[in-house]
Write a protein that binds this ligand. Structure first.
Ligand SMILES: [Mn+2]
Length: 294
């Protein structure tokens, strides 16, 4: 793809950190991926491809005037178990008025993101958009592997399990279903969501009850036809269209304070389909969550 002459983030980047409406960062970490690695390359690839996106959303909203600051990539070190702290400190210093947007990394990079977000926004709620709940206490040989990402993130951030909801679930370990039932988490399955994306979005918005909401979007939420380049593709997922309709309805009734998109793995992608899907989610999210200053 010829990107010469084009600027990242639709040309919107270049604002100061203090004056930014949106702050972007990458976490090039895939040390917790147990099947197919490659998510460490996602921030670089998504940032490069962001130059081809126009600064207009699909419903015609202008993003020109939205001030973007790109922090660049943050180093989580070789192991997220220790590496999350430095990344969280950097992200927690982002001014509260800025919409935080992070590119993973495997889904354990979200451990750093959520611990920062809960410092920026007390009372935070988390929507885990994913084919997998990532709620195992121990999975695939470790407690800090991707199957444990949400479980560890809640612990590290000091959030009760009830502060999280899962949307798009269709692959479970038995332990996760027990945990969801015992702790009373909201779970909206892929089948429920695909049957009525706006209805599912409204249900989540209602659940947030006015609390600040961070959305953690694992690209494997999407059907592998829409996002093949990921660690663990899971057939039977929603389309990108359904995902956007879900997010639009969600945005209509909730207070969005951040987004992270994880598990895009460029080395196993096809023609950048998955990176471009991630960018579509990011830009449409911005269009929904950003309130132009008047
Ligand atoms: Mn995940």
């Amino acid at each position: 793809m010829d990107l010469s002459g084009l600027l990242p983030w639709a040309g919107l980047a270049g604002a100061s950190l203090e004056g930014a409406d949106v702050v972007v960062a990458g976490i090039p970490y895939d040390g917790s991926a147990t099947y197919r690695k490659g998510a460490a390359e996602a921030p670089g690839r998504i940032r490069a491809l962001s130059a081809v996106v126009p600064p207009v959303t699909e419903d015609g909203r202008q993003l020109l005037g939205m001030a973007v600051h790109d922090l660049g990539d943050l180093d989580a070190g070789p192991e997220i178990e220790t590496g999350w702290r430095n990344v969280a400190d950097r992200l927690a210093a982002v001014p509260p008025g800025a919409l935080l947007t992070v590119m993973g990394g495997d889904h354990c990079s979200t451990i750093a993101v959520l611990s920062a977000q809960v410092r920026r926004f007390p009372g935070l709620r988390v929507l885990w958009v994913d084919a997998h709940p990532d709620l195992c206490n121990f999975s695939r040989g470790g407690a800090w592997t991707c199957g444990c990402a949400l479980r560890r993130a809640l612990e590290v951030a000091g959030l009760p399990p009830q502060a999280a909801a899962v949307a798009g679930g269709r692959d479970y370990d038995p332990e996760e279903l027990d945990f969801i039932r015992e702790q009373g988490l909201l779970l909206i399955s892929a089948a429920e969501l695909a049957a009525d994306p706006p209805g599912a979005g409204r249900r989540v918005a209602e659940w947030t009850a006015g609390h600040p909401l961070h959305v953690s979007f694992d690209i494997d939420f999407l059907d592998p036809a829409a996002a093949p380049g990921t660690e663990i593709p899971s057939p039977g997922g929603p389309s990108t269209r359904q995902a956007l309709d879900f997010l639009a309805a969600l945005a209509g009734g909730s207070r969005l304070v951040g987004l992270d998109v994880t598990e895009v793995a460029p080395p196993v992608d096809q023609n950048d389909i998955s990176s471009l899907a991630a960018l579509k989610v990011i830009f449409e999210f911005w269009g929904r969550a950003w309130k132009p200053r008047t």
